[in-house]
Design a protein around this ligand. Structure first.
Ligand code: ZN
Length: 162
């Protein structure tokens, strides 16, 4: 017979190791195995795999496996739902807060530029009040971000190290 590996037919060696070949085919293959070290090696490896699988006892499934599985799936869904809602309010690391602070500054500048499109644009007293409110709001936001950053870095210090 031709070499199963050279014929791109390794399934024959797998079937042989599993004892699924008919007696005549198995006998012819064994003749080939006697003279082909590579096929002998593959067949021996495959036999070892089957023996290991036969010896392996799959752990039995606990009676309440389904119930616990569905509870964990449910918890996972609820957690991501809750996390999605609370994420914007949770303390953020400083490296995330800094770009936010920068964009807040850019927004402030954009607001100022929009209110003063050109040097000749008249500035009404009303816009001065709005601008003061915006500055105050932005400063409040920056303060909040700083507090988030401080809370975050305090959390990252291990209690034992303090
Ligand atoms: Zn061979």
């Amino acid at each position: 017979m031709n070499c199963p590996l050279e014929d791109r037919n390794p399934e024959m060696l797998v079937a042989y190791a599993a004892g699924e070949l008919d007696l005549e085919t198995a006998r012819v293959l064994e003749e080939h195995l006697a003279g082909c070290a590579t096929c002998r090696l593959v067949a021996a490896d495959q036999t070892a795999v089957w023996k290991a699988l036969d010896a392996w006892d799959a752990p039995s499934v606990s009676p309440d496996f389904d119930r616990r599985l569905y509870r964990r799936i449910d918890e996972g869904v609820r957690f991501s739902w809750w996390e999605r809602i609370t994420r914007p309010f949770r303390p953020m690391p400083l490296r995330q807060a800094l770009p936010l602070t920068a964009s807040a500054g850019l927004l402030l500048m954009a607001g100022l530029l929009l209110q003063h499109p050109g040097p000749l644009a008249p500035v009404a007293p009303h816009s001065e009040i709005v601008r003061a409110n915006q500055v105050e709001n932005t400063l409040d936001d920056l303060d909040l971000l700083r507090q988030f950053g401080a809370a975050d870095s305090a959390e990252s210090v291990h209690p034992d190290a303090m």
